[in-house]
Design a binder for this molecule. Sequence first.
Ligand code: CUO
Length: 685
Amino acid sequence: MADQKNLLLLFDRPIEPIFVQKGKDEVFDVPDKFLTDRYRPISNEVQSRFAEKVEQRIPVRAITIPDLRVPMSLPRDVQFSLFIPAHRRIAGRLIDIFMGASSIDDLQSVAVYARDRLNPYLFNYALSVALLHRKDTRGLNIPPLVLNFPDKFVDSRIFRQIREEVFVVPDGSRRPIIIPSDYTASDLDPEHRLWYFREDIGVNLHHWHWHLVYPFEACDRAIVDKDRRGELFYYMHQQILARYNLERFSNNLARVLRFNNLRDPIEEAYFPKMDSLVASRSWPPRFKDTKLSDLNRPLDQIKMDVSDLERWNDRILNAIAKGFVTDESGNQVPLDEVRGIDILGNLIESSILSPNRATYGDLHNMGHVFISYSHDPDHRHLESFGVMGDSTTAMRDPVFYRWHAYIDDIFQEHKTRLTPYTLRELNYPGVSVTRVQVLSRGSRSNVLQTYWKQSDVDLSGGLDFVSRGNVFARFTHLQHTPFTYTININNEGETYRKGTVRIFLGPKRDETHKEMLFKDQRLLMVELDKFVVSLSPGQNTVRRRSSESSVTIPFEQTFRNVDKNRLGEDSPDELEFNFCGCGWPDHMLIPKGLPEGLCCELFVMVSNYDHDRIRQSWWILCKDEPSYCGLRDSLYPDRRAMGYPFDRLARSGAENLAQFLTPNMKVVDVEVRHEERTEQLDYEN
Ligand code: CUO
């Protein structure tokens, strides 16, 4: 029987033919009839040439291959985008084919056959989704995309240097290639101050991974239909915005402006400076003040007007105002406190779970498409889409945040209509938080520190047609000093009680240095952690390390390599690694501070676990509750609305955070100080 781990080798060096050495020392024994027309006539020569030097040959059974005409209709050398409806349908068909293979053996055969015939991005996406959702491949770690498609993450200039290093210097003596840390614009562009957030490899990997775990379209509805996935779409993106806005404050920029008038020129320009290795073309830029135009791109089967977006928007807002959406059969589906946000998430994104795509359309996805084609709306220049057209690259562009601020605003239209939480709902009688402190190594209490750090990522799995061996790229990213929360909680009862500790960080003042009102601040509260505690009667001291956060995954997990950093094979840990593998990168947990300190408020709440608990049909082991990513095959592990207690407006009389507090909550002032230093790596490292 085929080893499921060999499937991961199919991701390796995506443009090199399938029979070329994969991984460290392995080669697929490809049946002759599986070879493409170019290589079949010379199969003996090419196969033996690459098989000679390797240790392990992987047998591939020659089975009857399902009909691949639909996936093959996408050329191999074009960009692939899930936002484009025609591409989604193609991907859905391919996912279906991979899901339908009756065994690992068959899946390997189909994938080996398909690999050199399909668009490499499409192949990577569909196989990743299938491996994440098949029962028999649950333990596999999908390699982070940067390892196989580094061209989607870094400055294209480094590839020439890498080729030289790999060609000239033997493996073992190679030096890491430095990725410039600040290369897409100059300081003339104020938006460029946020380069370290928008262009962070870990941030973009998080977004890629999230959309992999939560596809919005597949022929098999079960792949899409996950517990509260619409709400999670809203919440995860809302949190990205909150984080981005906090970063803007620490860069003396105002909150991001919604892109709500689709006829307005987009002031922000973006020049990605990346080349697609598959399409052999540069990612197109967007110039300042570009406007959206009606789209007519027959090749992508898109003919749509800006007014279509506006119409969908109006219908959605209308539904929110009325408090219900109308499904395809004409039934009214209420947008209530419990299900409303989830329905809206699926409707606005939109996913196939939308109650009525014909009426409410495909607003968020097509917004990405309109923006990403704004430079060539009728394809007269034969240009592909810009970075906004791909969830892997979209977060690099300042307009991503403007678009999502607009999308979030629609969600907030619904949220602000909900009845504010009452004192009774918020309080946990008999439980009070008496003191909160954070301590970071080498700092005063309640001071957090950020600085720059260099790290390496091995790009060898993404470099086609170069010699073997490792080749590292060295990049600079934000980092914070690890810290610990100490929370004193008083349980006035006489028995043990359980509580959910919810920790958020938000700005103390707005961009004009005014103290914030609750209605504004709640949108900027960044979730840092959420965990369950057992409280014995009397005083309890809870200590929690920042690295334990339910929001983040450690650096090694974000950048994990197929061969390295594996947990125990087939252990429950490994089974959940992929879901736990989806998470905000730990190095971006805390926003970059200011040299003089960015004034923030740290909010801690202990809510009654009896009201939060979800009864899972079976318990899955994940390091913690993954706040932004959910749990595989399980319910979201918190009954409360995502973002609770900041997801609604405050009760009347609570104008600011201090007035909002109940005894089971506490706020402390925290400063984030940024030190302008870079923790360098030695060349030997
Ligand atoms: Cu994640 Cu717009 O959804 O990019």
